[in-house]
Design a protein around this ligand. Structure first.
Ligand code: PEP
Ligand code: MN
Length: 337
């Protein structure tokens, strides 16, 4: 970490910071500039050291040099992580597409859409059985029945089932049916849930919280990694801003930024990211162009009749076309989809 002193800080203040650094068991290295002095504090990072130094007289700010997350960081693990669940591979040269309805609604619906998305080239099947709905009066999902239907769709298509788990006490049940546990945006900082999901034997797809910074998101991933579960997929699904024309604002610079800072694979969800079916295909293409390791896309056999998020669901025809276009872009970048 580097302690930046205010311009005009006195020698006494500088000496005091040096003493504090040494009391914390760190070594100090002073750099005297023309405008101000900065002091590097070197050694194993100590909890609370940043706060302790920040309160010193004459200190302007303390800048950490290493990322606050460790296991998620490329500073600790250089080679990229690939997550595999049945046919679904996310990371590496191949892009994984997870497609399906917002919610599992009926046996016919999920079996029909599973076959459609598989034929179009998806390798994962999404579908919520436990649904986090903004209103308690909205459809809450078919729960265990929905999980059974997802498992049946998997047995017909071979697709990997990606479905949300909302509570630590549901992890064991959802694990019986799913291939990947989805932790939803609203639960990104539900730490007991992150630990419980990490403790299952399944990979975890961690959605970004709509108000979470990237550091907070990576620290949430760290909770899962710390359990010993290294199979974590990050999913950018848009953040809340002042903009009202889209449901959320989808920041695609997240993808290359995460590729610089973490070895974990990154997928993009342009469905929740835009909230408008007419924008999904373009943003799916842009995500692939930005280097995403995969996509999560809502597709419904008949969006008008969907019980949740129909306004952002692609029709089967629109999904097929999106896949063709995304495949060309992936190939232009030397990747496969
Ligand atoms: C979902 O994928 O069904 C979902 C609820 O998304 P999010 O958690 O990103 O809102
Ligand atoms: Mn949805």
């Amino acid at each position: 970490m580097v302690v930046v002193m205010r311009p005009g800080a006195t020698q006494q203040e500088i000496d005091h910071v040096i003493d504090r650094i040494e009391q914390l068991g760190l070594r100090s290295h002073v750099i005297v500039g023309t405008e101000r002095t900065v002091i590097a504090a070197l050694g194993e990072k100590r909890d609370g050291a940043k706060q302790a130094l920040e309160t010193g007289e004459g200190v302007e700010k303390v800048v950490p040099i290493l990322a606050p997350y460790k296991m998620a960081s490329t500073e600790v693990k250089h080679n990229r992580t690939t997550v595999t669940a049945r046919q679904l591979r996310v990371g590496g040269n191949r892009l994984g597409v997870i497609a399906g309805p917002c919610s599992v609604e009926s046996r016919d619906q999920i079996l029909e859409i599973a076959q459609i998305v598989r034929e179009a080239g998806a390798t994962g099947l999404r579908g919520g059985a436990f649904k986090p709905r903004t209103s308690p009066y909205s459809f809450q999902g078919l729960k265990e029945k929905g999980l059974e239907l997802l498992a049946e769709a998997r047995s017909v298509t071979g697709l990997a089932v990606v479905t949300e788990v909302m509570a630590p006490e549901h992890v064991a049940l959802v694990t019986q049916y799913a291939d990947v546990l989805q932790v939803g945006a609203r639960n990104m900082q539900n730490y007991p849930l992150l630990e419980a999901a990490g403790g299952s034997a399944l990979p975890v797809l961690l959605k970004r919280g709509p108000a979470a910074t990237i550091d907070e998101w990576l620290l949430a991933a760290e909770y899962i990694l710390k359990t010993g579960n290294t199979q974590v997929i990050l999913c950018e699904r848009g953040i809340r801003t002042f903009e009202e024309h889209t449901r959320f604002t989808l920041p695609l610079a997240t993808v290359p930024y995460l590729h610089q800072t973490t070895h974990l694979p990154v997928v993009v969800d342009p469905s929740h990211g835009t909230g408008k079916a007419s924008l999904v295909s373009t943003m799916a293409r842009a995500s692939v162009a930005a280097g995403a390791d995969g996509l999560m896309v809502e597709v419904h056999p008949d969006p008008e009749k969907a019980l949740s998020d129909g306004f952002q669901a692609l029709t089967p025809a629109a999904f097929r076309q999106t896949m063709i276009e995304c495949r060309s872009i992936a190939e232009a970048l030397g990747r496969k989809l």
